[in-house]
Design a protein around this ligand. Structure first.
Ligand code: AHR
Length: 312
């Protein structure tokens, strides 16, 4: 009957598989690689066709990829924006084609109507938690801190710096003596830490390193060891992400604290997208993921075992 045919057509329309383009930054860190894996798993689980583009850390490659997705007429676009500025034009193009865009793990400086929602942690809070942990740990002792910043111009680098400064505010015994970008990578984290150690009396004057991600902390740990010092003891190590490698370092006493960032940004993003496309349900502009502090008191070996299967 016509009624049956109409019902059948309607259900096949609603069951239409979604095609989503994902412009990923690259693979600068262990956390980033896990986010890529988890995003692919989440898409597969939901029957979503994911078109994946790796931008090799370049915004121009991301813009090109997004234009490509628009030209292909995808149903939605996920983007992990490498830096915070310069997105307005390409997002306007997506909006004109009525393609919803969801930001993953980093924020941008653009009018909010240019994207559907942003799934991110509170990156200022992450830095604050790291700073507060250090302030508590050192007590009234004088402490010279060196800081390894993330990618210049990226929202987590800007915010984790700001948050850490808030966390140590009022503790005049704690001073950030050097601060430089290590671009969120292990190699640069090690290189920059080596230069900090050289500049600060062979490292003996440094009390702690604050790294905007665990990969740079792992690089710094290597540099500290090569300088003949003990990471975790001579120089405290505090960072963000909570990747398995940092828990291994914590289990050995070579790192002290890390603030967790979930690599599962895609799960909440796809939930919001599906609700939006099916029921026109507008998500909030910010879907916040949790941040949790881990220290050596949290049985790092156990956390390591639990984490390593989860996309890492
Ligand atoms: O945007 C999230 C950050 O990007 C992670 O903390 C870092 O590891 C990654 O490169």
């Amino acid at each position: 009957t016509i009624a049956a045919l109409t019902a059948c057509l309607a259900s096949s329309v609603s069951a239409k598989t979604l095609t989503v383009g994902f412009s990923q930054i690259g693979s600068e860190s262990g956390w980033r690689a896990a986010e890529t894996t988890v995003t692919k798993q989440q898409a597969e689980k939901r029957g979503i066709t994911l078109k994946f583009a790796d931008a090799q850390q370049k915004q121009e490659n991301q813009i090109k990829a997004i234009r490509g997705f628009i030209a292909q007429g995808v149903d939605a676009i996920l983007v992990a924006p490498v830096v915070a500025t310069g997105w307005d034009a390409v997002l306007k193009e997506a909006k004109e084609e009525k393609i919803p865009v969801i930001l993953l793990d980093r924020e941008i400086d653009a009018p909010k109507d240019l994207y559907l929602t942003a799934v991110t942690s509170d990156t200022v809070y992450e830095g604050k938690v790291a700073g507060e942990w250090l302030a508590k740990d050192v007590g009234s002792k004088d402490c010279k801190v060196v800081e390894l910043q993330g990618t210049t111009g990226s929202s987590p680098a800007i915010n984790r710096k700001k948050g850490f400064e808030q966390g140590i505010a009022g503790h005049t015994n704690i001073k950030i003596v050097r601060s430089q970008t290590g671009d969120f990578t292990r190699t640069k984290g090690k290189e920059v830490m080596e230069s900090f150690i050289k500049a600060e009396g062979g490292g003996k004057d440094i009390c702690a390193v604050y790294a905007h991600n665990d990969d740079m902390a792992v690089g710094a740990i290597q540099a500290i060891k090569e300088a003949g010092l003990k990471p975790g003891t001579d120089i405290k190590v505090v960072s963000v992400d909570s990747i398995p490698d940092i828990f291994q370092a914590m289990a050995k006493g070579e790192a002290n604290a890390t603030v967790e960032l979930t690599p599962n940004m895609a799960g909440p993003a796809f939930d919001a997208l599906e609700a939006y496309l099916k029921d026109k349900k507008e998500p909030p502009k910010w879907i916040q993921t949790e941040s949790k502090l881990y220290t050596q008191a949290d049985d790092p070996q156990k956390v390591y075992e639990a984490k390593k299967g989860l996309g890492y």
